[in-house]
Unconditional design. Sequence first.
Length: 225
Amino acid sequence: MAATYDIPVVLDRREGPYGEVVLRRHGELLQIIANGCFLMDTSDGRSERLLVDAAYRALDGRPEPELLIGGLGVGFSLAHAAADPRWGRITVVERERAVVDWHLGGPLSAFSAAALADPRTHIVEGDLLAHVNETSATYDALCLDIDNGPGWTVTEGNEGLYSPAGLAGCARALRPGGVLAVWSARPSPEFEGTLRNAGFQQVRTEEIPVARGVPDAVHLAVRPG
């Protein structure tokens, strides 16, 4: 008998200001596709959890630090942060209304419902770069989980977030000694240099092995005190 394979099923398709976003189910997995390119799925979440934990460790015991997460995604980063009582206020900025809807009572609520019900959690619908440049709020940690990271963006406009101007905005949103943690689909030595040139200190990279191919990475940097 020939082997059978699950066929992806589209659950929702939206045309937004930045292009098409699709939520589909492939077997037991939920997948987000942006402009025809795979972004993320619900298969693992190790690197998203490391993103949050590495940021917390780098804060060296700062009490009830306030966290800004760039990108809601499938909810792994938010869920992990909200499960840790040591975090204070948790703000998530997501620019795709579709992604927000998929979490607020949609298929992705299975991964984020408890975190969204946490009184520390606040969702901001908007562009992260605009948020860090316009908000008067500051944070102890900023975790970026947007697109595929600095070396390979697939959604229009996301490149600017990882540029010197974008990183300057991230630094403005951080308190002195605050931590910037950036998820990436692959390690980027070039981005480490960009972080240093933007004035960040203690720049380093943690790699997360994957089943096949190059490892995921979390780039860490500290705003000077």
